[in-house]
Write a new protein. Structure first.
Length: 314
């Protein structure tokens, strides 16, 4: 697959970000059936055997849809690998499953993607890599990735600090590969704005966490509706890396959002050991203030499409 072929398969230029403990088979399939790229982090499947079963289930359901409705735009899906774990038994097994099932897109994070690029390109897939700085982008380009996911200020989860109005054009002026813009994109107008800026795709997480098909708990989804941009706290004290978390999710576990203990180091948070980032303390980006309901993925994509079309007509 190349980037032109990918775009032709989409109803909207959107990739649903892989969200730890939130993205599962139902969210991925619903996104792809709605014509946008669905994705999930490999660790959301708790074992390598479960990961392979997820790949088989997604392939089966999307294949059935393509055969039964050949004129329907069924988007490809993506798998997220944390390449920092290269060499671990789980990583080796997951990469082998990827080579067996051949997802069209592999998203790499936290580490050097070179080995994944080589093995995914061997079967004709694309590799998109998370970057938060120009230096990280240059290394990923050198490794041969097909797309850069620009983590900008306000992005949910592990986030960046760059302004998208600076980051996207400075990447675009030196590289003609795919750019995926991540950071506070919650409506169709913002998708269109990302393209106007020079990005190829919008990378959306928080808005899709608040859907019927996500694995987020009811309490988490309720917070996504009720919390506002002012309730998003950017800190390294919860996960050990700079990330965004909801004020309400911090206070609900008995911690003071304004007086968190300092992190002990990279990947060494100082919150009590019985509490875990993502599982007990939940994330969202600055775009959370645009979330007012919990629709199905299909309903949300239809809404985004109308907003995108109206923005394009202005």
């Amino acid at each position: 697959m190349n980037l032109v072929q990918l775009k032709e398969q989409l109803s909207l230029p959107v990739v649903v970000a892989p969200m730890f403990l939130v993205s599962g088979v139902e969210l991925v399939v619903a996104a792809c059936l709605a014509g946008i790229v669905g994705s999930f982090p490999a660790p959301n499947a708790r074992t390598s055997e479960e990961f392979e079963a997820w790949l088989a289930e997604i392939e089966r359901r999307l294949g059935d849809a393509r055969r039964s409705e050949p004129l329907r735009k069924v988007a490809p899906y993506a798998v997220n690998l944390i390449v920092q774990n290269a060499g671990s038994p789980r990583y080796i097994a997951d990469l082998a499953s990827i080579e067996t099932y051949r997802p069209s897109i592999v998203i790499t994070s936290v580490g050097q993607p070179g080995e994944v690029v080589k093995r995914v390109h061997a079967y004709g897939g694309l590799v998109f890599h998370d970057v938060a700085t120009m230096r990280h982008a240059a290394k990923a380009i050198e490794a041969g990735v097909d797309g850069l996911i620009l983590l900008t200020a306000g992005a949910g989860g592990h986030t960046g600090t760059a302004n998208p109005f600076a980051f996207v054009p400075q990447i675009r002026r030196q590289w003609d590969g795919a750019i995926l813009l991540a950071g506070s994109i919650s409506d169709g107008r913002s998708i269109r704005a990302a393209q106007t800026l020079g990005a190829d795709f919008a990378y959306m997480g928080s808005r899709f966490a608040a859907t019927e098909e996500s694995l987020a708990s009811d309490d988490y989804r309720s917070l996504l509706v009720s919390q506002q941009m002012a309730d998003v706290i950017t800190t390294d004290r919860v996960s050990g890396l700079t990330a965004t978390f909801l004020r309400g999710s911090i206070s609900r576990v008995g911690l003071d959002p304004d007086n968190l203990p300092p992190a002990k180091g990279v990947f060494q948070p100082a919150i009590p050991e019985h509490l875990k980032a993502w599982r007990d303390i939940w994330s969202a980006g600055h775009g959370v203030g645009m979330i007012d309901d919990i629709p199905s993925v299909g309903e949300l994509v239809e809404r985004l499409h109308k907003q995108y079309t109206n923005a394009s007509a202005v």
